[in-house]
Design a protein around this ligand. Structure first.
Ligand code: FAD
Length: 303
């Protein structure tokens, strides 16, 4: 037997986070609230998470541009009220280049300098073929190039550790990411994934294809397993059997569900930190407790 002491997961994590604090980046994703009650929860969560020092927080863009004005106004309010840098998501679904350009210039007017640039999905859902607007951008790579023509934005794009469901093969998928980066994106943020090997293999594929931009790990803490599993099925993320097994039978036991969710997410980020990952993008679902706890585990304290 070896004499080397076996360090526990918390020991490993705290050592790592001390070591990497200056290099570790966090970002938090929110969606625009629809009701007064949801808005209250949104700002409560923002107030709790903004002091955890994210590099930026981002606000999604409703399918088909349905939240266009709300996304813009929320993002500008976040910057004004919290001082945290905020990114507006933007899609090109159902809009001409001129209309998308207007939205981008609207961002500029209110001081938004970060955009998460996406193609988006047809209103009928991700399973349906994407039909660009006759005078619109055909994909996210074209959108990135269009944004670059308008102004000096920090641009993030999406990528998919298990391949985008509409990609013909891995070559096409990685080539598409390369086009987005070559068009001027600063980083890629991954779709949620639950098997870290999918992420690590994806990063290898991208690096082998010459992509040098950061590939930020998109982490979905499981606030509600049933909801997350349904969403995962729609966007092509697989749920490993071991994960389903951990949440099996917890539908009516929120306390244990929350504890298991915290353990699962802690395990996932701990392993990724050990593998050298330095930027995590947390899908908050506008809820703070799990993400707050994970940020603390990663060494962050409210400032
Ligand atoms: P693209 O990079 O354009 O690619 C989509 C697919 O089309 C790929 O398979 C690609 O290979 C293929 N493709 C690209 N160009 C061509 C071509 N010329 N011919 C044939 N095939 C082509 N959705 C929203 O509605 N609002 C949001 O706020 C939002 N935020 C997101 C944030 C993140 C971090 C992620 C990962 C996803 C987000 N999405 C959002 C979902 C996203 O819009 C969908 O995943 C969409 O299906 C693809 O968008 P994309 O930008 O990756 O598309």
């Amino acid at each position: 037997m070896s004499d080397t002491p076996i360090s526990s997961v918390p020991e490993r994590l705290s050592r790592r986070s001390e070591y990497q604090q200056d290099k570790l980046n966090l970002s938090f994703e929110f969606f625009p609230p629809k009701t007064d009650k949801a808005e209250e929860r949104f700002w409560d969560s923002m107030d709790r998470l903004a002091p955890m020092g994210p590099e930026f927080v981002s606000v999604t863009y409703g399918a088909g541009g349905t939240t266009r004005d709300r996304t813009t106004s929320i993002v500008s309010r976040i910057e004004r009220d919290t001082g945290v840098s905020a990114a507006a998501h933007l899609t090109c679904v159902g809009a001409s280049k001129e209309e998308v350009g207007e939205v981008i210039r609207g961002f500029q007017k209110v001081g938004v300098s970060r955009i998460v640039a996406l193609r988006g999905d047809p209103p009928e859902g991700v399973g349906q073929p994407f039909q660009p607007h006759p005078r619109g951008y055909r994909n996210a790579a074209e959108l990135v190039a269009g944004i670059r023509e308008i102004g000096d934005f920090d641009i993030s794009v999406a990528c998919y550790p298990e391949m985008h469901p509409q990609s013909p093969d891995w070559y096409g998928d990685i080539e598409n990411l390369k086009q987005k980066i070559d068009a001027g994106a600063n980083r890629a943020i991954t779709q949620m994934f639950f098997d870290n090997n999918d992420y690590l293999r994806f990063v290898d594929r991208a690096r082998n294809a010459g992509i040098k931009a950061p590939i930020v790990a998109g982490i979905q803490p499981i606030h509600n397993f049933t909801q997350v599993a349904n969403f995962a099925a729609r966007c092509g993320t697989s749920i490993p059997d071991w994960l389903a097994d951990r949440f099996d039978g917890l539908e009516d036991d929120p306390e244990t569900h929350a504890l298991v969710a915290a353990a699962v997410a802690a395990e996932q980020v701990t392993e990724l930190v050990d593998k050298g990952v330095t930027h995590f993008h947390f899908y908050t679902m506008n809820r703070s407790p799990l993400v707050f706890a994970l940020a603390r585990l990663l060494g962050r304290r409210p400032t």
